[in-house]
Write a protein that binds this ligand. Structure first.
Ligand code: NAP
Ligand code: MG
Length: 501
């Protein structure tokens, strides 16, 4: 465990990592798994073990759901909205206080660069908490002027209230471990729910630390429970649990389908944020320099492990050669290394399995006849590094153009008309995001209208904010997280009739 002794780590993180095992968080207590099993989480920059973590299975999920249910009838349910607001701000304060050690923890557990963790994940996590801290005092019902056709002249008072949904299960992936946890926790708590969170097996540590910060902030026991473990055991137990009222899932489309089936038993409410295969489209009238940067960042941010990665680049023919060359040049000169090194521009992939998966796609692309312009292989040495890879001369029908690779692989293709760009951009089962680069304001809005995606970025890419809705069209899922629309996901509406006759 070489990283643990590393002097550049913050003292808080060194202390956290030095624990012999990282326990589950259930009902406000740190507990071993009922089975006493543990599993290892790795540092993907070295492939060495980073920490041992208690492995939750169905029995632990049972305990966590019971603790969450119990919390819903405890002091948590009696807090005023203003008190919930204060607690969320206090949690945001703690996340800010711990920003350095949380950012380092993300680098170590999932391979993120310290630059991205410090400038992206951490400030966004705090901002999400503060945004949703503003909501408890603003969640209210309405009075509705009702008419009753079969009771002429009758008078009723009708009003609505918004109540918590109850016990929320959250199953999240490994690409933005802390951010995803906060993105679910913040609205769930703002709306008065209790939460059982299952982080991804590859990256359980920051969610456990967040759970501890929730207790330190003063959240009552059992309001936030964290149960690291594996998808087919802990995840499936949560998805199928009859006393979980709502499940929020982010991950692959295949597992999303399993979640839908598992939720059928008690018809739990669902929101799903699944994969993507986003088009990033550059017209010949675009700002070339800005577009070149945007294409690179769009494809390779977080090593391309983003559901919103701009992995299908479409360039109008007059700019095709120059932009492809710019992308290749950047891909060949990017500095890869351990995320903790401040000079590193691109870290490793999250796991050996993900590295093999991505290399498999690259090999498939070459076999199908696409032309490899940069990368195409792993870095020699330890860790799960894959060189940023650029393909051209690919056909829309190839797997590298259709399937989510979730790694540093981009395909660049020319187009000749706006109509062609739109139809090829939309020719996918996914619909999470799309990017458009153009100097023509009318074209920009026409494209925003025509693209079938939950988010369209114009002359920018990968921008997100707590206030902006996030979610997919088509097989990229349903429900909108973040923003005011998350309040709909984490509350249920009650209709009250009072007879005034
Ligand atoms: P995944 O299997 O969909 O994992 C996402 C989450 O679901 C993890 O917490 C996982 O647990 C859990 N899970 C897995 N099987 C489950 C089941 N049967 N019931 C309940 N929960 C279950 O994704 P992955 O294997 O980590 O990555 C595979 C591919 O999915 C990626 O290459 C990418 O294409 C896509 N993906 C998309 C996103 C996104 O943001 N949209 C994020 C991650 C992955 P464990 O990790 O413990 O198994
Ligand atoms: Mg790890």
């Amino acid at each position: 465990m070489q990283a643990v002794a590393s002097p550049e780590l913050s003292p808080a993180l060194r202390e956290f990592l030095a624990r012999p095992s990282h326990q589950l968080l259930i009902g406000g207590k740190r507990l071993d798994a009922a089975s006493a099993k543990t599993f290892e989480t790795m540092d993907p920059a070295t492939g060495r073990v980073l920490a041992r973590v208690a492995e939750a299975d169905a029995a632990d999920v049972e305990r966590a759901v019971a603790a969450a249910r119990q919390a819903l009838s405890g002091p948590w349910s009696r807090l005023s909205p203003a008190e919930r607001e204060r607690l969320l701000h206090r949690l945001a304060d703690l996340v800010e206080r711990e920003a350095e050690s949380l950012a380092q923890l993300e680098c170590l557990d999932c391979g993120k660069t310290i630059r991205e963790a410090k400038n992206g994940d951490l400030p966004l996590a705090a901002a999400l908490l503060r945004y949703f801290a503003g909501w408890p005092t603003k969640i209210h019902g309405e009075t509705i002027p009702v008419s009753v056709p079969y009771y002429p002249g009758a008078s009723f008072l009708h009003y609505t209230t918004r109540e918590p949904v109850g016990v929320i299960g959250a199953i999240i992936p490994w690409n933005f471990p802390l951010l995803m946890a906060v993105e679910r926790l913040a609205p769930a708590l703002a709306c008065g729910n209790a939460l059982v969170l299952k982080p991804a097996e590859q990256t359980p540590l920051s969610a456990l630390r967040l759970g501890e910060l929730c207790l330190e902030a003063g959240l009552p026991e059992g309001v936030v429970n964290v149960v690291p473990g594996f998808g087919p055991t802990a995840g499936a137990a949560l998805a199928g649990h009859p006393d979980v009222d709502k499940l929020t899932f982010t991950g692959s489309t295949e597992v999303g389908r399993e979640i839908v089936k598992a939720s059928a038993g008690n018809l739990k409410r669902l929101s799903l944020e699944l994969g993507g295969k986003a088009p990033n489209i550059v017209f010949a009238d675009a700002d070339v320099e800005a577009a070149a940067k945007g294409l690179f960042m769009g494809a390779f941010y977080n090593q391309g492990q983003c559901c919103s990665a701009g992995s299908r680049v479409l360039v109008e023919r007059p700019l095709f050669e120059s932009l492809t060359a710019a992308l290749v040049e950047r891909a060949k000169t990017v500095r890869q290394g351990p995320g903790l090194n401040p000079k590193t521009q691109m870290g490793p992939l999250v796991s050996r399995q993900q590295k093999e998966r991505v290399l498999g796609y690259i090999e498939g692309g070459v076999k199908e006849g696409a032309r490899l312009l940069a990368g195409g292989e792993a870095l020699a040495g330890e860790g799960y590094f894959v060189k940023p890879t650029v393909f051209s001369e690919a056909k829309d029908s190839m797997r590298i153009c259709r399937e989510e690779i979730f790694g540093p692989v981009v395909v660049v293709m020319p187009f000749d008309s706006q109509e062609e760009a739109v139809s090829r951009a939309n020719a996918t089962d996914y619909g999470l995001v799309a990017g458009v680069w153009t100097g023509d304001v009318k074209r920009a809005h026409r494209m925003a209208r025509a693209l079938k995606a939950g988010t369209v970025w114009v002359n920018c890419y990968h921008f997100v904010d707590a206030a902006a809705p996030w979610g997919g069209f088509k097989r990229s899922g349903y429900g909108r997280e973040k923003s005011q629309y998350a309040i709909d996901l984490y509350t249920q509406l009650k209709s009250v009739w009072v007879d005034l006759n």
